[in-house]
Design a protein around this ligand. Structure first.
Ligand SMILES: N[C@@H](Cc1c[nH]cn1)C(=O)NCC(=O)O
Length: 429
């Protein structure tokens, strides 16, 4: 076991410690963003709100998160990962405490808005940190590991958070997370440094100091990245795949399983848990494979084809065996690991100092999908609804759910087209 002083003085060890602090912040982002599912009943009761108002409360996070991705990239490339993540973490945890103390719906919306606003900068800051502290041929693996941390957060937001809410109440559970989050924000400011040089350590071989951008450079890179056709194609692919994943795991997956298989919410949440496990396993695996084999678009094409096939399978069968459904959710989560290989790809298309803007721009697309697909799928479900209610909630038909999954498969077809374009474009370059 290396001693503390060797961890501190060795840049190859110190970077893991600092990455761990940022990862703890991102874990919290992920817990906060998916926590409404577990608190749904308590929130409706505490604020006296309808399902639609609860949906808006949940979606408000994704709207602000998506809109903030390009500004987050700009902040990270201008101010550095440490300062951006510290401010973001303070705002996010202030939002959580605000939410926990809210007396009504307006206060709750304000708190959730602040959680989304502050949380939106953490992931991009963490990747920018990785770009400075890890070599280019380690970046795919680090990118996958970062996404996996989000997957762990998604898992913690299910049964473990439900147990905490049950034991202490939603307000106390959120207050505890907010207080813990503030402590991590302080640790970020005190310990994290933007590069080995800034930490007073020898440079990491192959990861040179990447200085921040000037204001004219920010303008120039933002304009170039946003007007690049490659950005749009990768963005549409992430919009379709990330948006559908987050919608299935975060919203419609559980009602689908409960109503189609007549099982409890707890049992149904095991199925969506498979999606979270997939997100923990897939991204580091694809990232490692991509770094090792020096391949990316091949995995992306394969990933989109399998993704579309499994969603199409549910649409075609309607009620496949639960084991098969678990496999579908697991695959959907894991294959996201192939889609986010676009992050290291876009990073390498531009000056390394603009990696925050580059990654932020396409990362926003998944969350734009997460803000729109719930409504699109909701329309399909409503269109086939027969008027049945259970405990005040609409009971949708199997046909409605099949159409919703067909929308997912259709989005998958669009993603396949984008992936093929990216592959051919990569080949021609
Ligand atoms: N964790 C993904 C989103 C996702 C896709 N499927 C399930 N979750 C992601 O895009 N992470 C980046 C981030 O900003 O959180």
């Amino acid at each position: 076991m290396p001693g503390w002083s060797s961890v501190w003085s060795n840049p190859y060890r110190r970077r893991w410690l600092l990455w761990g602090i940022l990862a703890a912040l991102y874990l919290l982002v992920s817990v906060y963003r998916l926590s409404t599912a577990v608190m749904a009943g308590s929130l409706m009761d505490a604020f006296g709100i309808t399902g639609a108002q609860l949906g808006l409360l949940h979606a408000s996070f994704f709207v602000v998160y998506a809109l903030m991705q390009i500004p987050s990239g700009i902040l990270v490339d201008r101010m550095g990962a440490r300062r951006t993540a510290t401010v973001g973490a303070a705002v996010m945890n202030l939002g959580a405490i605000w939410f926990a103390l809210a007396g009504g719906y307006g206060g709750g919306l304000g708190g959730r808005f602040l959680i989304g606003l502050g949380g939106s900068v953490i992931f991009v800051a963490m990747l920018r940190f990785c770009a400075n502290w890890y070599r280019a041929d380690e970046f795919g693996t680090m990118n996958g590991l970062c996404i996996a941390v989000g997957g762990i957060g998604g898992i913690l937001a299910t049964t473990p958070f439900a147990v905490a809410v049950e034991a202490a109440g939603w307000r106390t559970a959120l207050l505890a997370l907010g207080a813990g989050g503030f402590a991590v924000a302080v640790a970020t400011f005190v310990f994290v440094r933007d590069s080995a040089e800034r930490a007073g350590l020898p440079q990491i071989e192959g990861a040179p100091e990447r200085s921040t951008l000037s204001v004219p450079e920010v303008r120039e890179f933002t304009a170039r990245i946003v007007s690049d056709r490659w950005t749009w194609v990768a963005g549409v692919m992430l919009y379709c795949t990330g948006g559908i994943n987050l919608t299935l795991v975060g919203l419609w997956g559980i009602p689908y399983v409960v109503q189609t298989y007549d099982v409890s919410v707890t049992a149904a949440s095991t199925i969506t848990l498979f999606g979270g496990i997939g997100l923990v396993v897939g991204p580091p695996t694809f990232g490692r494979l991509s770094d090792y084999l020096d391949r990316d678009t091949e995995f992306i094409v394969l990933g989109t084809v399998v993704y579309t096939t499994v969603l199409g399978f549910v649409a075609a069968t309607g009620d496949p065996p639960l084991v098969a459904l678990g496999a579908v959710f697991f695959l959907a989560g894991s294959l996201f690991g192939s889609f986010v290989l676009t992050f290291p790809m876009i990073q390498s298309r531009y000056d390394e100092r603009a990696s925050g803007i580059a990654i932020g721009t396409i990362n926003g697309a998944s969350f734009a999908g997460a803000a729109t697909f719930p409504t699109i799928m909701g329309w399909a479900l409503d269109a086939y609804w027969t008027g049945e209610f259970h405990n005040g909630a609409r009971v949708y038909t199997e046909t409605g759910y099949r159409v919703a999954f067909a929308i997912g498969a259709l989005a998958g077809v669009v993603a396949v087209c984008c992936a093929v374009w990216l592959h051919r474009h990569d080949y021609e370059e």
